[in-house]
Design a protein around this ligand. Structure first.
Ligand code: NAG
Length: 269
């Protein structure tokens, strides 16, 4: 009996939550289903990166790195240069390429893009400030206290907005209106119980549903070929019949936001 308790104690001590910073690349997917779940991948005998002309929607095209929608040809092509693009909304220039910003509005309300850098504090328009502009790879613009400010979104604790906080899988504290690292136990249904963000965005902690509650996972044995990728936020894939961590780690906050977007999309399909 004592031995058994001792073994149980040891097992308990050796429990380790899984934290991962992996981010699967197209070439790591072995099934067409998982390949299709990642927006920038396509399947033809194996999973590979889409090229610009594979994107048939303007927003998908603009979000893909190095690609931008060509309005005259009505198709997605390699990004050329900022000044070649005319857009309807000032915030769209940065979507064409991270190096582009909008010039002043034309008489018809459109904008020509030019090379430039977003400085949140120089933006006076509230709507433009809140349109998802980035000041750097880790800072987005957000309007608060009657001015446009940059917000560090590389960590849960520096996020000051509930929507962004929960979208990035951190947890929003209702009592002190603060964003904290995610906790599995904040999910009360098995559908939601997948993974949460560690304090450092881009690092995920995997969760699993056990005894009617969402707890940190110590393995991925419960995941199947159909939820391995989605429930790990794009860090694991179904490889040789098992849910396995991907090799690649190419990650940034913008990638994180895009991954969330594509995972959400995959859910809706
Ligand atoms: C769109 O394609 C046309 C024809 O190839 C080209 O002349 C034009 O510069 C392109 N536009 C942009 C924004 O790159």
């Amino acid at each position: 009996m004592i031995t058994i308790i001792y073994i149980l104690l040891i097992m308990d001590l050796s429990f380790a939550a899984i934290s991962t910073s992996a981010f699967c690349e197209c070439s790591e997917f072995q099934t067409s289903i998982e390949c299709a779940q990642q927006q920038n991948c396509k399947w033809s005998t194996s999973c590979m990166d889409k090229i610009c002309s594979d994107f048939i929607e303007e927003s998908e095209c603009d979000r893909a790195s190095d690609c931008a929608w060509n309005d005259t040809q009505k198709k997605c092509a390699q990004f050329t240069s900022c000044s070649n693009y005319k857009v309807k909304q000032a915030s769209s220039c940065q979507l064409k390429d991270a190096t582009c910003i909008a010039e002043d509005a034309n008489p018809d309300g459109s904008y020509i893009c030019q090379i430039g850098k977003i400085i949140c504090s120089q933006i006076s328009d509230q709507k433009l400030c809140n349109s998802g502009l980035y000041q750097s790879q880790y800072e987005t613009c957000t309007y608060s206290s009657s001015s446009c400010q940059s917000m560090d979104i590389s960590k849960c604790s520096t996020i000051t907005e509930q929507f962004l906080c929960t979208s990035l899988k951190c947890s929003w504290s209702v009592t002190n209106l603060k964003c904290l690292e995610g906790t599995c136990s904040s999910y009360s249904s098995p559908d939601m119980c997948s993974y949460v963000s560690a304090e450092s965005i881009g690092t995920k902690i995997l969760c699993t549903w056990l005894d009617n509650s969402c707890v940190e996972a110590s393995d991925v044995l419960a995941l199947t070929s159909s939820n391995c990728y989605i429930n790990t936020g794009g860090s694991y894939a179904w490889i040789y019949g098992k849910c396995k961590e991907c090799q690649s780690t190419k990650f940034g906050v913008i990638v994180a936001l895009n991954a969330i977007f594509s995972v959400l999309l995959a859910f809706m399909l």
